[in-house]
Design a protein around this ligand. Structure first.
Ligand SMILES: NC(=O)c1ccc[n+]([C@@H]2O[C@H](COP(=O)([O-])OP(=O)(O)OC[C@H]3O[C@@H](n4cnc5c(N)ncnc54)[C@H](O)[C@@H]3O)[C@@H](O)[C@H]2O)c1
Ligand SMILES: O=C(O)C[C@H](O)C(=O)O
Length: 342
């Protein structure tokens, strides 16, 4: 029996992501938590003829406890999205407290669950989650993931527009670092199969991957940020030689937990707690960083070190990344360790 929870389930990401999880044969029970509208979303999804049993919870009547109890995986897209002119860091003020509250619930009601954080600013909300779990004495770094898959999905799409690849998701383009502006570092030199980016297109391609989120925020013109591509990124297609199968990030974690091996997914993790992560932390000077992660029964089994493979152009991008990322991480840690005076 697998129980998945979406916290922020009535939102722009939460609804399509819940739909995809409801359609997944790996999920037996789906609990939808939000401060509004979950009874309606749950009733709607419950008419779909897939096996998962869907329940909606609101904060009243101990709803967070009800949603989280017995959870195997908790996906968190709760919080406010950007409007034009805002940075992801501008969301910290509201979203930091939302993530903290939800993770306190995780620590209390489902400390062994895998936790996937989508809420921005991911660079800071994941360190917040880690601090809350540490304080509760239940932090397992192998079970906490910041979801940065959308950057990889965008890199595949934008590169394919240049190279003419008909199936963009066949491209495997590592994007490492964090999930915000200069902290997002695409390593085109490490693409599999290799790709040829004309030098006059390199800078604008890097910029598009780093600021792809802004493109959507601008186009939505005040109505929020990426929701559908984010739900897809959580539930993206994995293409192999002959078959086209759907696996969500959540599904990959669940499959790996059931013993399937050879599954990797890029994710923003606490490096010192993941095998292979220490040397990456040493090289980058940061404890939280996104790299391809080998998933296994316990969660993040191994961090794959591709940082050292960056070429000279990419090394320059990495220097800018470390500088911003350090501040973002510290801000998250401080929020829990030295809470702002109310
Ligand atoms: N990691 C990524 O790649 C990525 C991509 C896109 C968006 N995001 C982020 O995801 C978050 C959600 O975006 P969205 O477009 O779905 O926003 P949205 O406003 O459409 O939905 C957010 C939902 O969270 C709910 N919520 C607020 N406080 C809550 C709480 N305490 N408990 C439970 N639910 C709560 C709201 O009621 C709402 O339904 C934003 O912070 C956005 O920046 C991240
Ligand atoms: O850009 C945003 O604010 C949302 C998200 O992080 C994205 O990359 O689309």
């Amino acid at each position: 029996m697998v129980k998945a929870v979406v916290a922020g389930a009535a939102g722009g990401i939460g609804q399509p992501l819940s739909l995809l999880l409801k359609a997944s044969p790996l999920v037996d029970e789906l609990a939808l938590y939000d401060v509004v509208n979950t009874p309606g979303v749950a009733a709607d999804l419950s008419h779909i003829s897939s096996p998962a049993k869907v329940t909606g919870y609101l904060p009243k009547e101990d709803g967070l406890k009800g949603a989280l109890t017995g959870a195997d995986i908790v996906v968190i897209p709760a919080g406010v999205p950007r409007k034009p002119g805002m940075t992801r860091d501008d969301l910290f003020k509201i979203n930091a407290g939302i993530v903290q509250g939800l993770i306190e619930g995780v620590a209390q009601h489902c400390p062994k669950a895998f936790v996937l954080i989508i809420s921005n600013p991911v660079n800071s909300t994941v360190p917040i989650a880690a601090e809350v779990l540490k304080r509760a004495g239940v932090f397992d770094p192998k079970r906490l993931f910041g979801v940065t898959t959308l950057d990889v999905v965008r890199a595949e799409t934008f590169v394919a527009e240049i190279t003419g690849e008909k199936q963009p998701s066949k491209l495997n383009i590592p994007v490492i670092g964090g999930h915000s502006g200069a902290t997002i570092v695409p390593l085109f030199s490490q693409a599999q199969p290799s790709v040829n980016i004309p030098s006059d297109k390199y800078d604008s391609l890097v910029n598009r991957v780093q600021f792809g989120g802004d493109e959507v925020v601008k186009a939505k013109d005040g109505a929020g940020s990426a929701t559908l591509s984010m739900a897809y990124a959580g539930f993206r297609y994995v293409v192999n030689e002959t078959t086209l199968t759907q696996h969500s990030f959540a599904e990959k974690v669940l499959k790996a937990a059931k013993g399937e091996s050879g599954i990797t997914e890029p994710s923003y993790v606490y490096l010192p707690g993941v095998s292979g992560g220490d040397s990456i932390a040493k090289a980058t000077g940061v404890d939280f960083f996104s790299v391809p992660i080998e998933l296994g029964a316990g969660g993040a089994e191994k961090a794959i070190d591709i940082v050292g493979k960056a070429n000279e152009q990419e090394k320059k991008l990495l220097e800018a990344c470390y500088k911003d990322l350090k501040g973002n991480i510290q801000k998250g840690v401080d929020f829990v360790q030295n809470p702002p005076q109310k």
